[in-house]
Design a protein around this ligand. Structure first.
Ligand SMILES: Cc1ncc(COP(=O)(O)O)c(C=O)c1O
Length: 333
């Protein structure tokens, strides 16, 4: 099977498995796991933040990250297609009493003026105060689009004056950085809290890292434990993350080239393919997905008329060529 459903489907490489097997470990709830410590320091540094916390998933990273900058009864404002409000099962409300309000962009592309127009001030007798905005980079449902740096800078500058925090859902910030040719810290420094994933394009089996100030990360550690996310000899997982940062960060450009190749072969405008995600609109998604599966290619149906293809570490050029051929035939392109 050529699995293009998501970049989360990758399996640890032999080198990564060796790194996991040989990892130095300790009890991380006691703060004694050297591999977890090393990973946290590495990611904090890469993202231009003071401190970091290893968490089991991007969902936990996002939810704790938002809780650090938003009190129960306040709101987080974000795009209507953001992962934090679409795919996290209402966690902000269900777990933390945080309200979310959304702005429809249709594309996922950050529109700072549209967001600012929706912000509700603190201290009003009636209004739910906007404590934070959440930005997703790259934007998953937006087809892996990279948020424009200028807009992120504008949001950050405005937020300092407005007293509104910025949370970055940076599950694929690595892809954004590679595509834009900037350091991940360029994006990290434009957020108060940021969650980044090791288990998407980087190919680690498990884990995300939340970055913020040292003071906020100390609070995040309490939340992680409360939520049951305190892990013991988690160094075996952190070692996979460190290996991924050493060996898989640089190769993300290859996934991006594969996505562009798919787009070209399938008649999708390659200009709209900025990273490792290709959206195909205007198709009978269940029918095409089923037929592709029967011919050895797995794709995601993200809407009745939309398919999503995601390139990653476990699909090489030959796999991409084969998938393109199968899908081109099915789509008659
Ligand atoms: C943009 C984005 N944020 C967050 C997540 C959540 O990550 P996890 O599946 O590790 O909870 C995902 C997962 O696909 C994602 O695409």
């Amino acid at each position: 099977m050529i699995d293009l459903r998501s970049d989360t489907v990758t399996r640890p490489t032999p080198g990564m498995r060796r790194a996991m097997a040989e990892a130095c470990v300790g009890d991380d709830v006691y703060g004694e796991d050297p591999s977890v410590r090393a990973l946290e320091e590495r990611v904090a540094d890469l993202m231009g933040h003071e401190a970091a916390l290893f968490v089991p998933s991007g969902t936990m990273g996002n939810q704790i990250g938002m809780r650090l900058v938003c009190e129960p009864g306040q709101e987080v404002l974000c795009d209507a297609d953001a992962h934090v409000v679409t795919y996290e099962m209402g966690a902000a409300a269900a777990v933390f009493g945080i309200s979310t309000r959304t702005v429809v962009s249709g594309t996922g592309r950050l529109d700072v003026d549209a967001l600012i127009a929706q912000v509700r001030p603190r201290g009003d007798w009636h209004l739910t105060a906007t404590a934070a905005v959440a930005v997703e980079n790259t934007h998953n449902r937006g087809g892996g689009l990279v948020q424009p740096l200028g807009e992120l800078q504008r949001l950050w500058e405005w937020s300092r004056g407005a007293g509104v925090a910025v949370h970055l859902d940076g599950a694929r910030v690595w892809n954004a950085a590679v595509a834009a040719g900037v350091d991940p810290a360029t994006y990290g420094r434009l957020a108060d809290t940021a969650s980044v994933c090791l288990s998407k394009g980087l190919g680690a089996p498990v884990g995300s890292v939340l970055v913020a100030s040292a003071e906020r990360i100390a609070v995040a550690r309490l939340w992680r434990k409360r939520l049951g996310g305190g892990m013991r000899q988690a160094g075996v997982l952190a070692a996979a993350g460190l290996h991924a940062l050493d060996h898989h960060l640089g190769r993300l450009a290859e996934d991006h080239a594969h996505a562009r190749l798919l787009a070209e072969r399938l008649g999708v405008d390659p200009a709209g393919v900025e990273t490792n995600i290709v959206r195909i609109d205007g198709v009978n998604a269940p029918v095409v997905a089923e037929a592709a599966k029967a011919r050895g290619v797995l794709v995601s149906q993200v809407a009745p008329t939309r398919l999503r293809l995601v390139t990653h570490l476990d699909v090489d050029r030959a796999g991409v060529e084969r998938a393109a051929q199968v899908l081109a035939e099915l789509l008659d392109r």
